[in-house]
Design a protein around this ligand. Structure first.
Ligand code: ZN
Length: 264
């Protein structure tokens, strides 16, 4: 049977401007402004819809000085997806900008790696340098979802549906997972924070938040082999995504179709 071909969307929900020297491990000799976009993603086809990550909400944006443009549920509504009815949410990792909007998905099962929950609730969180990208209340909220039988744990690579699989890469966090999807242009990969920017995996220079630098670098190689073409790897926070992919009609700056050849 031929594999299904999914439609895949990047949905931008927030932005901020950082600096290059802050964003790369070891700094950057050519410092300058370095904008960062924040996305959730949607995978649609075969009568199913998978949401990837949940964004953050207003209070978190204020606490962390981020610019929230719209909550994930509003970005999803713009392309006709009702967050309240979503049944499957893939959580790439538990950092605040990926899990902070989980309450917008009251009907969902959350697909998460064992290692990510162990990491986010374990000994390493005693170190501020590692815990700062997690928000304790959100992690506790996900623990409650475990007790409500709403977390589907994965240990390593897993096929969620025909043409859709999860891949444990670690590196950025211990349980960081990427998503591989069959589309009309072939296999594409949502790297999420396994590569924040194109520059990370294309030049082998990690983002500054790392659990295991070697795993980050191995992850870059893996991302390229999982995709049919290295150009089909979609980084997690790069504003270039909004340039390389066409917006949905009337949704420029909000929704971009990823199952099309990137213009680069
Ligand atoms: Zn992130």
């Amino acid at each position: 049977m031929p594999l299904p071909e999914y439609r895949v969307y990047a949905l931008k929900y927030a932005e901020r401007v950082g600096r290059r020297a802050e964003h790369f491990l070891g700094g950057d000799p050519h410092d300058g402004p370095h904008p960062m976009d924040y996305f959730v993603w949607a995978i649609v086809g075969e009568g199913r819809c998978f949401v990837v990550d949940t964004g953050f909400e207003h209070a978190e944006a204020v606490t962390r000085g981020r610019k929230l443009l719209r909550p994930a549920s509003a970005a999803l509504a713009a392309i006709g997806i009702d967050a309240a009815k979503a049944t499957d949410v893939i959580v790439t990792h538990l950092h605040y900008d990926h899990i902070g909007g989980y309450a917008q998905f009251p009907a969902a099962r959350y697909h998460l790696q064992d290692k990510e929950m162990a990491y986010a609730t374990g000994r390493h969180m005693a170190h501020r340098a590692i815990s700062h990208a997690y928000t304790a209340d959100q992690v506790a909220g996900m623990v409650r979802q475990v007790f409500a039988s709403r977390v589907a744990f994965n240990d390593g690579d897993t096929e969620l549906a025909p043409g859709l699989s999860l891949h444990l890469l670690g590196g950025h966090t211990m349980g960081m997972q990427a998503v591989r999807i069959r589309t009309r242009i072939g296999w594409i990969v949502l790297a999420s924070d396994a590569s924040h920017y194109y520059e990370n995996f294309e030049t082998g220079r990690p983002f500054y938040i790392v659990h295991d630098t070697g795993a980050v670098l191995d992850g870059y190689a893996r991302l390229k082999t999982l995709a049919d073409d290295p150009r089909f790897v979609v980084p997690g926070h790069d504003p270039l995504v909004c340039k390389y992919y066409a917006p949905e009609p009337g949704l420029d700056g909000v929704a971009f179709r990823l199952d099309a050849e990137p213009k680069r």
